[in-house]
Design a protein around this ligand. Sequence first.
Ligand code: PLP
Length: 317
Amino acid sequence: MRIIPLFEKELEQTVIQRLSDSYGDNQVYMKRDDGIPYSFGGNKARKAAEFYRDIKRTEADTIMTYGSNSSNHCRIIANMAAGMGLACHIISPEENREILNNTKLVRDFGAVIETCPVTEVAATIENRKAAYEQTGRHPYFIAGGGHGNQGTEAYVKAYREIEEYERRNDLYFDYIFHASGTGSTQAGLVCGSLRSGNAGRKIVGISIAREEARGREVVKGSIRDYLGADFAGLYREESLIFTDAYRCGGYGKYTDGIKQTIASVMHREGIAMDTTYVGKAFHGMLQYLKEKGIQDRKILFIHTGGAPLFFDALERA
Ligand SMILES: *Cc1c(COP(=O)(O)O)cnc(C)c1O
């Protein structure tokens, strides 16, 4: 197994920057996890760094994971497997056939892409894994989106970076907003805040796909998995804010309002956002602040990446 030097040590803190005054009476800051210097960055790069360390402890020769044609996670895992000199096998739902930038990159990294009906994904993963094991191979499986304790750990670390920034700059973020999908980004941030006893701060996950009841349950499950025995003592229902009010009908769906927000952030700040995750969540955050009458607060938005999706949209325009 080859090493990836960047992942051999802890990642450097990502930049937190203040944005312009274009967003009402609040001071909005952005944490640039899209700037993580690996495979176009994003939260999947932060999670991959944690999986990397775990894979290194095993004798894995093949990384298996799951994701759609637009998956940032699959791009980064396929890239990491290529860098480590490991095989990569990706199971993908056949319903999404469009060849997108992430699809092409996964292919260029030499991953095997196996498609199957979305209802057969779980069974296909099991079968494929068993087949590898039977031939003496050692597959290492990563859940879709980098879900799991390593993914959560990645955002516990991001939370510590945020606190470190606050200490150094003598300020306090009243709110942290971000796009919430599989939920491990949110689980990590919430675990970080519960562990540091800073539970007064509101961490708001803007759902980009899931309905509230299911989305909450999954994030809560990840928090429980990560905290283990500490869960009962630390967890409060009010520390988990997950809203589906801005999901616009589900995964990948977006409105003209979202497109306008993306264009204006690009013009004002020079920051690119995609319609599936980051632009949708940023737009949702602005609506949330307005609807709840939130003013004169310091707000941190986490840019979770997705650059290839930005270019998908650009190529379509
Ligand atoms: C996967 C992803 C998310 C959602 O993160 P989860 O940890 O799955 O909730 C947000 N933004 C981007 C760009 C992503 O690729």
